[in-house]
Write a protein that binds this ligand. Structure first.
Ligand SMILES: O=c1ccn([C@@H]2O[C@H](COP(=O)(O)OP(=O)(O)O[C@H]3O[C@@H](CO)[C@H](O)[C@H]3O)[C@@H](O)[C@H]2O)c(=O)[nH]1
Ligand SMILES: [Mn+2]
Length: 363
């Protein structure tokens, strides 16, 4: 039986790593009381709260947190017609927070994710571990069997090519979950009582050429390296699919990271996922995705980006053209999604114009 950690009495770190370079993005339709238990680890950071659902509902944010909050009215006001690419009534709305942030790093977490305990009983500072993962190189080109070679007390094992030991920049850090695992609805239905009690003390780079099911509930990334590709798609209200927001983004970012020579890591940190969403509601959201993905995965496995695609935006636009060309025959939804991918990039570039220096550099 796993339980969340008790963080009462843990002092708030006054000078945490990347304090002014990282935003925490939380999608919510509920309340944010869970931030009380995260206070020692998260209070020094700026929050971007994306309020989904009824914009007239008042979301209470615990005292002492510095935050900005956006509801649907704000999204519509800021993006105008381009707001059509931001999902409504689905956690996919969180990607609006990635777009409006001005920081280099993002940590996104769900409002039902509590602080986990490691096997020694110590409270896990998930954000601190994500930051370590992002600030350390990745090793996507050759698998290190002793897991993260950059970790204290580990290294590259015999036979690991020295020419590859410098590693590459890490774009994404994918954390895991104790208690309620991120299972799809059919698995949830078959195993309603299954809880994840296994704390695996490892961080691994996902090898180049391998896709993975990215879960958005405990995720961090480098916005400068991969932000424009972190679009969580068209889900929820008015859409034929849900709960494939993070999956879609994960497949897109992995193809682009592989193309640009960037790393994606998975493993530590764990959070404690406190509640299971309704498997019957989830089945309705997922069911088209469960058979579509048998076509979608080979599409991403075979996606080849051109050597002219050297920025994330260029890669993403190329990907959107492939989606329109190769997946629209699966369902007209993908035609709409391909257009929304372009709208997302246009909106991203509108809110995040390249700095003059960067623009000159590019010229
Ligand atoms: O319409 C909605 C529903 C929920 N939210 C907020 O999004 C997160 C996740 O919600 P919840 O914990 O209820 O759902 P899970 O099934 O556990 O979420 C996992 O599945 C993925 C579905 O896409 C998701 O990325 C995972 O985290 C909470 O913060 C809700 O408040 C919402 O904004 N709108
Ligand atoms: Mn949840």
């Amino acid at each position: 039986m796993v339980e969340p950690a008790n963080t009462v009495g843990i002092a708030v770190n006054p000078t945490p790593l990347l304090k002014d370079e990282l935003d925490i993005v939380i999608p919510t339709i509920r309340n944010l009381d869970f931030l009380e238990m995260w206070r020692p680890f998260l209070q020094p950071y700026h929050l971007i709260i994306v309020q989904d659902g009824d914009p007239s509902k008042k979301i209470h944010v615990p005292e002492g947190y510095d935050y900005e909050l956006y509801n649907r009215n704000d999204i519509n006001r800021i993006l105008g017609p381009k707001a059509s690419c931001i999902s409504f009534k689905d956690s996919a709305c969180r990607c609006f927070g990635y777009m409006v942030s001005k920081k280099k790093y993002i940590f996104t977490i769900d409002d039902d994710c509590f602080v986990a305990k490691d096997p020694s009983g110590k409270a896990v500072n998930a954000l601190e571990q994500h930051i370590k993962n992002l600030l350390c190189p990745s090793s996507p080109f050759f698998f290190n069997t002793l897991y993260d070679p950059y970790r204290e007390g580990a290294d590259f094992v015999r036979g690991y090519p020295f020419s590859l030991r410098e590693g590459v920049s890490t774009a994404v850090s994918h954390g895991l979950w104790l208690n309620i695992p991120d299972y799809d609805a059919p698995t949830q239905l078959v195993k309603p009582k299954e809880r994840n009690t296994r704390y695996v003390d490892a961080v691994m780079t996902i090898p180049k050429g391998t896709l993975f099911p990215m879960c958005g509930m405990n995720l961090a990334f480098d916005r400068d390296l991969i932000g424009p590709a972190m679009y969580f798609g068209l889900m929820g209200d008015g859409q034929p699919i849900g709960r494939y927001d993070d999956m879609w983004a994960g497949w897109c970012i992995k193809v682009i990271c592989d193309h640009l020579g960037l790393g994606v890591k998975t493993g530590l940190p764990y959070i404690y996922h406190s509640k299971a969403s309704n498997p019957f509601v989830n089945l309705k959201k997922e069911y088209k995705g469960i058979f579509w993905q048998e076509e979608i995965i080979p599409f991403f496995q075979n996606a080849k980006l051109s050597k002219e695609a050297v920025t994330v935006q260029q890669c993403y636009i190329e990907l959107s053209k492939m989606v329109k060309e190769k997946l629209s025959s699966l369902d007209p939804y993908f035609d709409k999604l391909a257009d929304a991918m372009v709208t997302w990039i246009e909106a991203w570039d509108e809110l995040n114009p390249p700095t003059a220096a960067a623009a000159n550099g590019k010229a």
